[in-house]
Design a protein around this ligand. Structure first.
Ligand code: ADP
Ligand code: ZN
Length: 214
């Protein structure tokens, strides 16, 4: 977890690739439902475009559906839980699956970093890969390096909505960080630097955690 724009999506997808585990991002799952025009998507779309949080029950249903496809290889949840209610709901989901959270990674970044990064963020319309026009530019400004599909700027990445999302993050999501810190699952990683630097910090914390588990 971490504020919008801290880089958690990019970091999670790299870690998952390296560890060979699944990357489950609720934002991407919801955008997929919108693309499909499903009943979930129809409800979530207008709320996401306003930069607000989708109802806890709805996002949890979408996540439950995705988790049901998991075969036990492990996964990183990206963007969930985001409210204290979702912390509770997640406990239930994990219990159903018979798995436990190993750790909670917290990608921290300052407000200035966040606003700058989000303004330059572009995402692939097909494979959800993320680019940054200044720090991680695609070869062709409008196309995905990996699959060639069109890149777009998310509606909620426009500046007015970024401030609003940060506000909601502070109000609803920060209390969860305190919660996971108290129960000792939290691993904070400074993500104000360039991606490669941040990745080094992430891997260092990951190693620490893997040795302490033994
Ligand atoms: P970011 O982390 O940059 O905000 P995401 O792709 O994770 O981007 O989320 C985009 C939007 O999807 C959120 O602003 C919210 O509307 C919705 N969303 C994603 N995950 C959740 C969640 N766990 N609970 C409620 N809404 C969510
Ligand atoms: Zn792509």
């Amino acid at each position: 977890m971490g504020p919008p724009g801290a880089g958690k999506g990019t970091i999670a997808s790299r870690v998952c690739k390296k560890l060979g585990i699944a990357h489950i991002a609720t934002g991407d799952l919801l955008r997929k439902e919108i693309g499909l025009g499903s009943k979930f998507g129809k409800k979530a779309g207008p709320i996401m475009n306003k930069g607000e949080l989708v109802a806890d029950k709805l996002v949890t249903e979408v996540l439950r559906k995705r988790l049901a496809e998991e075969k036990g290889g492990g996964f990183i949840l990206d963007g969930y839980p985001r409210t204290l209610k979702q912390v509770d709901l997640l406990e239930g989901l994990l219990h159903e699956l018979g798995v436990k959270l190993d750790a909670v990674f917290y990608t921290s970044a300052s407000e200035d970093t966040i606003v700058e990064r989000i303004g330059n963020r572009r995402q692939c319309s097909k494979c959800s890969s993320i680019y940054n026009l200044t720090t991680m530019p695609p070869k062709d400004a409008s196309k995905c390096d990996k699959c060639g599909a069109e890149l777009f700027q998310r509606e909620d990445d426009k500046p007015e909505l970024v401030r609003k999302r940060l506000q909601i993050y502070k109000e609803k999501t920060e209390p969860i960080i305190d919660y996971y810190s108290e129960n000792r699952l939290l691993r904070e990683v400074d993500c104000n630097g360039l991606l490669e630097e941040n990745m080094k910090n992430v891997y260092a914390r990951l190693e620490e955690f893997e040795t302490s588990k033994e």
